[in-house]
Design a protein around this ligand. Structure first.
Ligand code: CP
Ligand code: NVA
Length: 306
């Protein structure tokens, strides 16, 4: 039995198998084919935070693969009245086949996995967002035809999405340059792990301060919000720190002429990205968002087969 708690839970072979499934499922589901890889299975979505894409993607994927889904907001579970995670995990695990959880602390998904006895998917924690990276890499494959040897420039906050992107890039041999202010670097331990991995997969994982330096020769320019869920009280400080880290037309000029722009969404136009870039010809953001569905389907089918 496997879980997907961190991007590093996946080998390159695992990731490639999931990406191949995403391609296959996209074709089959778009053509209206009936898929039954989750027949008779119930997927529970334990969510502590809001979500549009990840929640809907996993719910629709469960249904389209012949299974069922249950949305379990933690506000409506006894968790909100103090029932311990390990007790909740044991009970939910005895009803459900797969748990997909969006949480504040990484320790919460770890405990859900430790006590539920069923596969658990991290649908975003403060540390990582591994299923986002599956949809992202699938979108890059569609746009560029390959992953290995490309260069991603990530501009902005060294947050959960950035951590997963850094680790995933190292696993797949994608060069990645993260441009972020000094106090907003990606996780030190993930960076270290990714740099060790990059030596085996032959790519460069680097953190720089200057966005212009990061985007040089980049095939993908990626950004995420400056204020993540749960960081609202830091908003003013963050908006000041990230000034100069906006993905805009001028910054994009420094990348490869055919560079694609990505954003996991939700976006804040005029902050981390300008409207013209988000809506522009180089943006593959809407394809990326659509692919959350096929990424979710691929992860569920892959887990059901382990
Ligand atoms: N990208 C992403 O995870 O979006 P949601 O917060 O809407 O799920
Ligand atoms: N970094 C963002 C990602 C949202 C999908 C957050 O955690 O809010």
């Amino acid at each position: 039995m496997r879980s997907l708690l961190l991007t590093s839970d996946l080998s390159a072979a695992d990731m490639d198998a999931i990406l191949a499934k995403a391609g296959d499922l996209k074709k089959r589901l778009k053509s209206g084919q009936e898929v039954s890889s989750l027949k008779g299975k119930v997927v529970g979505l334990v969510f502590e935070k809001p979500s549009t894409r990840t929640r809907t993607g996993f719910e629709v994927a469960s249904l389209r693969l012949g299974g069922h889904s249950l949305y379990l907001s933690t506000n409506e579970l006894q968790l909100s009245r103090g029932e311990p995670i390990k007790d909740t995990a044991r009970v939910l695990g005895s009803y459900l086949d797969i748990i997909v959880a969006r949480v504040n602390a990484q320790a919460t998904v770890d405990q859900l996995a430790g006590f539920s006895g069923v596969p658990v998917v991290n649908a975003l924690s403060e540390l990582e967002h591994p299923t986002q990276i599956i949809a992202d890499f699938f979108t890059i494959l569609e746009a560029k035809g390959r992953l290995k040897g490309l260069k991603i420039a990530y501009v902005g906050d060294g947050d959960n999405v950035c951590n997963s992107l850094v680790m995933g890039s190292a696993i797949e041999g994608i060069n990645i340059a993260v441009a972020c202010p000094r106090n907003y670097h990606p996780s030190e331990s993930i960076l270290e792990q990714a740099q060790t991995m990059s030596k085996k997969t032959g790519c460069i994982v680097e953190v720089v301060e200057d966005p212009a330096k990061a985007v040089r020769d980049a095939d993908i320019v990626y950004t995420d919000v400056w204020v993540s869920m749960g960081e609202e009280s830091e908003k003013d400080r963050r908006l000041r720190a990230f000034k100069g880290y906006q993905v805009n037309a001028k910054l994009l000029e420094g990348a490869e002429p055919d560079a694609s722009v990505m954003h996991c969404l939700p976006a804040h136009r005029g902050l981390e990205i300008t409207d013209d870039v988000l809506e522009g010809a180089q943006s593959i953001v809407w394809k990326q968002a659509e692919n959350k569905l096929y990424g979710a389907a691929a992860v569920l089918e892959w887990l059901a087969e382990q």
